[in-house]
Structure formats: C-alpha cells, structure tokens
Design a protein around this ligand. Structure first.
Ligand SMILES: Cc1cc2nc3c(=O)[nH]c(=O)nc-3n(C[C@H](O)[C@H](O)[C@H](O)COP(=O)(O)O)c2cc1C
Length: 435
C-alpha cells in the first residue's frame, strides 16, 4: 500500500484559465469553490493529503519585465493559502492539508503560532511545507536586498525550524490543569521559555497558545539538495521528490535512511512522496493520443516562452533565458533557486540547443500514460520495485482532471489494495505514518 497526495502546483492562484476545461477559473480562482471540490473529491478517493504550493512575488526575470508573467498568469496573481486551509477542512473530515510557509517570509514565532492555530481549527489535519523561497523578488518583498545564497538560506532554515519545533514543545503535555474551582488554567512551571539565540534568528518564547491535537503539525520539505535533505532528515514527516526512475527513487530513499539514522530518527519517520503526472483516457490509444498532443504542443511558441520563463524562475531569478539565442547552446548556469530542479532540467543539455531544451520533457516527475486500469498497475509496479512511500500527483488543475483521478484512477488503485480505503485515525500525522 502507498500514499497519495495531490500537488496544487500553483497554490491558491491562477489555475488553467483559458483553453478547454478552464471553466470559470479566470474570475473564480480567488474563491474557495474549486479547492473545496478538489478536497472533498480527494477524500472520497482516499488521498492522504492535498499539498498547496505558495510563492509571493510577481516575477520579472524573464525578459526583464512582468509582461510574460502577467500575460499568462505565471505563478501570479496568487492568494495567501493559509486562510484557505480551514475552509477546506471544514468541508472534509479526514484528509490532511499542507500549506506552504517560507522561512524568509515568516518570523518563526508567527509561523509556529499560525500553524498551531490551524491545528486547532482543522482538528489536527494541517501540515506545513517548509521552503526557503526561490527568487530575489520574493526576498525583496520581505525587506532583503536580494535572496540569500543557497547554503546560507538553508542554515537560516535550520535555525528557523529549531525555533518552531521548540515553540511547539514549549508547553509540556500536562501543562493544562483546567481546574475551574481553584481556579487554575495552566501550571506555569510547565510552560517554558526557549531562549533561542542563533546566528540569524532569536526567540524567547514560550508560544502564547496551547498545543493543538497534533502538538507538532505535520512538516513537509521539498528541496532535494544536500542541505534540503538534511533539513528533511532532521524535521520532516514527509518529503517531496523528483525522480525519473525506480533507481533514482531507491537511491534517494537509501540516502535519506542514512541521514535519518544519523539524526537519531527511524527511516519510517519520513515518508517520501514522488511527483507523478498521469495522462488518462478511456482507452490506451486515446491516452497515447492525448499525451502525443500534449507533447507536440510543447513546440508552440506560447509553451516555449512559458518553459523559458520557468527556467528563469527555477534559476532563482539569476538567468534571463529571454536573452539567449534559441538556436544556440543552453547556458549551463544553475543559479541560486531550486537547484535540484535546475540540475534535473539542465541534465544532458550541454550538446543541445536552447530550443531543444524548451521543447523537451518538462521533468516534473514520472509520467504515466494509459487508462485508469493500466496506470494503476504501472504505479503499483513502480512502487513495488522502488519500495517507495507514495506519489504526489500533479495533474492539470481542472475539474476534469479531478474527476479523472478521483473517480477513475483512484478506485482502480483501491481495487488493487494499493491505497487506503479509509482513515483509521483522527489526525493527519497518525494517518500519514500509519503504514
Ligand atoms: C515538489 C516541489 C514543491 C515545491 N514547493 C515550493 C513552494 O510551494 N514554494 C517555494 O517557495 N518553493 C517550493 N519548492 C522549492 C523548494 O522548497 C526548495 O526551497 C528549493 O527547491 C531549493 O531546493 P534545493 O534544495 O533542491 O536546491 C518546491 C520544490 C519542489 C521540488
């Protein structure tokens, strides 16, 4: 059995808003309706979690202008996902909802408090995706001249997570007395300051709210570089990963097992979810035709432009891909953003043109093409071979995909006993770590 998550890759932002199946997203994306439909469908299907990306900028790296960003709605505009979370959990009963928080956007006290507040409001079904943010434009929105260098921002993130974790433990489990007669609400000797003094951050504590149902909300981490892996090994319950094959999945799992043990944790304490994109249809040939159409469309000028924009974003706003000749070599600069993603996208690009790269595979994870039945069996085979913990599905965000995945693919996975057919526990962490 494995876990299933849905990656809402453009957060509480613009979902496909033009073309087939866009519905009324152009105007309705700011409202909760689509996300509520998504959450209830995922729960019906037996998903473990919904994962909400977030970023806070309007990019202008590509072409030195916001034109492309705002023409297509590339990662902007976007609403804050945190207030959306309780609306989603109010409409559901079991599924976990993970919202993203950046270590350069939130002071750790605010993050710790906000997550515990959500833990109360969701009755123990919230998770926090810890990210270090990707581009200079984000950093500049939060008072910095430019984004921190990769290793430095992970060093800050380690301190940030230490503070958040200590605040979550700043009330001892038996601190609440709840004696109405005496009266005594809490035992002040069991509520402790943390007095954290780091190189980048400091915090006195204790947290000014009581622990929620999970005490420690689920922590997710998505960076796959060495410092990203270390952060996950120390703090995370789940990690998101990009891998192209069962071999790469196994190698990451082995590496993470060693890191977990080094930090005094057990391999089973961290569930690794691998990104995967399903291309579903009623027959194999229709699915293949759908994939081929999608593949051929990569050559459209619009898609080439979007891809170059994404390369600029992933570089951390360091490389402007609009400046390079499409028929010339690919600049090999990794930049300072999502370095593992950049490495994977630039792998084997030394001898091809920028156009080849822009028209080539998108590398957002494994791609599965077929009917519900055949994709369910492909997913089962990959998990069996790789011994992985689960998939984070990243389909196009339309109501059509929700139905295809939740009422087509997921029942096939369930029929095979590959995913859960219910939720044994009340809290997200208990369900996530159940097997
Ligand atoms: C699947 C996935 C999801 C991510 N989600 C976010 C996000 O929501 N917000 C964000 O700022 N960064 C996000 N990132 C970026 C990472 O959290 C990380 O900060 C960045 O990729 C640096 O990673 P590295 O350790 O691989 O260099 C995501 C990365 C991946 C692979």
């Amino acid at each position: 059995m494995f876990r299933l998550g849905w990656f809402l890759g453009n957060g509480f932002g613009m979902q496909p808003w033009y073309g087939n199946w866009a519905g009324r997203s152009m105007t309705d994306w700011t409202q909760p309706g689509l996300y509520v439909d998504l959450t209830t469908s995922l729960e019906r299907a037996g998903f473990d979690l919904l994962f909400i990306e977030d970023t806070s900028m309007i990019e202008d790296t590509y072409g030195g202008s916001m034109e492309t960003t705002l023409k297509y709605g590339m990662m902007a505009p976007k609403n804050d996902p945190i207030p959306l979370v309780p609306l989603l959990t109010a409409a559901s009963e079991h599924i976990g909802v993970v919202a993203t928080m950046s270590t350069i956007q939130y002071p750790p006290f605010l993050a710790a408090r906000s997550m515990v507040t959500l833990d109360h409001l969701t009755r123990g079904r919230v998770g926090m995706n810890v990210v270090t943010s990707v581009t200079h434009r984000v950093a500049q929105n939060f008072g910095y001249d430019k984004h921190f260098e990769h290793s430095e921002r992970y060093a800050m993130a380690e301190e940030w997570m230490d503070i958040v974790s200590q605040l979550w433990e700043s009330w001892e489990p038996d601190a609440l007395v709840h004696d109405q007669l005496e009266p005594r609400y809490a035992d002040h000797t069991k509520v402790k300051t943390i007095d954290f003094e780091g190189k980048y951050l400091s915090c006195r504590g204790p947290l000014n709210t009581i622990p929620g149902p999970q005490r420690r909300p689920v922590v997710a981490q998505a960076g796959n570089s060495v410092p990203g892996r270390e952060l996950a090994a120390r703090h995370a319950d789940t990690m998101l990963a990009l891998a192209k094959s069962p071999e790469e999945m196994k190698a990451l799992r082995k590496d993470m097992d060693e890191r977990l043990i080094k930090h005094g944790r057990k391999p089973g304490d961290l569930k690794i979810l691998f990104m995967a994109i399903p291309y579903l249809a009623d027959t194999e040939s229709e699915a293949q035709a759908r994939f081929d159409r999608y593949d051929a469309a990569k050559k459209d000028q619009e898609n080439v432009e979007k891809r170059l924009w994404q390369l600029s974003y992933v570089s951390g706003g360091v490389v402007d891909y609009a400046k390079y000749d499409l028929d010339g070599p690919v600049p090999q600069e990794l930049g300072n953003g999502e370095t593992t993603t950049a490495k994977s996208w630039l792998a084997d690009s030394a001898n091809i043109t920028l156009r080849d790269l822009a028209e080539g595979p998108t590398n957002y994870g494994m791609e599965f093409v077929g009917t519900s039945d055949s994709i369910a069996s492909q997913m089962g085979d990959v998990m069996e071979e790789a011994g992985g913990d689960g998939f984070l599905l990243y389909p196009e965000m339309t109501r059509r995909s929700i139905i295809e995945v939740c009422d087509g693919l997921a029942p096939e996975l369930r029929r095979r006993g590959l995913i859960r057919d219910g939720y044994a526990h009340k809290t997200f962490r208990e369900n996530l770590l159940d097997f």
